[in-house]
Write a protein that binds this ligand. Sequence first.
Ligand code: NAD
Length: 441
Amino acid sequence: MADRYLHLTGTAPGRFLTRRLGLPQPAPLRRWTLETPHLEGPLLHLTAGASAVTGVAEALSRSGLPVVANTDRPAAIVLDATGVTTAAGLGDVHAALHSVVRSLAPGGRIVVLGTVPSPDDHHQAAAQQALEGFVRSLGKETGRGSTVQLVRIPAGGAAQAAESTLRFLLSPRSAYVSGQVIELTTATAAPGPAADPAAPLTGRTALVTGAARGIGAAVASVLARDGARVIVLDVPGSREELERTADRLGATALPLDITAPDAADRIAAAAPDGLGILVHNAGITRDRRLANMPADRWASVIEVNLDSVLRTTDELLKAGVITRGGRIVATASIAGIAGNTGQTNYAASKAGIIGLVRSLGPRAAADHGVTVNAVAPGFIETKMTAAVPLFIREAGRRMNSLSQGGLPVDVAEAVAWFAQPDSTAVNGQVLRVCGQSLLGA
Ligand code: NAD
């Protein structure tokens, strides 16, 4: 459903009127296109104190942006705050960004590099945790479609592990991601093999569930764009829509209810050479307040959104269908973080996904060489949200730092980042694609 307010504030009279009324001013977000794959302008590299990781300059030089130490109009700013270990050291963060933050170009990016707060050093932990509050606040201040994130690199580690993450965050692909904290792992910090930058997923087979339409179809489209062979799965009742999506993308259609007892076997049969990428996207809502919710509405949501994800993941991993270096991406929701009236079943299922990802990620990496992550979409413009009553829909759109809803492609770009061959150090993470929603912030 079209966001008419965003359209209105894109016109001069609309901007004038809404400003006078003190209403939100969403800036149109610039997303990835073949013609403009990068942000337009230089990347300003700053350091607060001494860096505690190696190779930051090299990692930034491969971000796709020209790196400078000085500029009037940065498209992106990366502040290396990995060496900040004391409360006093936080002054260096202020000093580095205070004078340049205003010069950030519209639609710009700020990425703060930190390290993991230490369980053994409460001064270091306090200083590094402080960066999270800093980043989340700055994300609410920058405006004009700009975003701010914190990337934690293990102390003493190499920034090379952060390359795929920096490429994503410092590009138009992360347009609807803000206020996020991404913690890279030590166990799997070695980057994967170098890939063709134009088609990094070449040679990989990806299966996306719930891919006939909405977010799933966008995920399938972006994975195909990045070179993957794609299998799109959806319920047999959506066969026509599924086949249309498959034809459009040059993908294979697999009409299948993911809750079927033999779903994992059918998926394995459809991917005889194994799966490099498995995206659990299928999801349903059956909203009612708990007091009015019959058991079948509870059970169907848990079954589709969580239990079938657990079951197929276990079976496909056990059978070795998900190949080494593989990627599993599940779909949570900010409802699973913030909770939502009428959605005890849905929020429970989506919070369950977060539990699954955090627990399985490290073990799947150790036992199978596979990463497990989740996207947690906020308000995304799809059929699901078009069905939401008008006032709740408008609130959902505006109650975030970017004052607008996201598009399915925004979630898809995040999935594609998790799927990158060199995203090995990104594991057990839950990335909110929500424009820094106020809900569950
Ligand atoms: P959608 O309803 O447009 O698409 C979901 C797809 O899943 C449909 O094609 C449906 O047929 C399919 N599906 C449902 N049950 C299935 C089953 N048993 N087996 C196979 N396929 C099945 O929804 P969407 O908005 O594109 O959402 C996609 C995912 O993102 C869901 O997991 C949803 O919970 C999550 N999400 C969406 C939003 C949003 O704002 N749209 C926000 C947070 C999370």
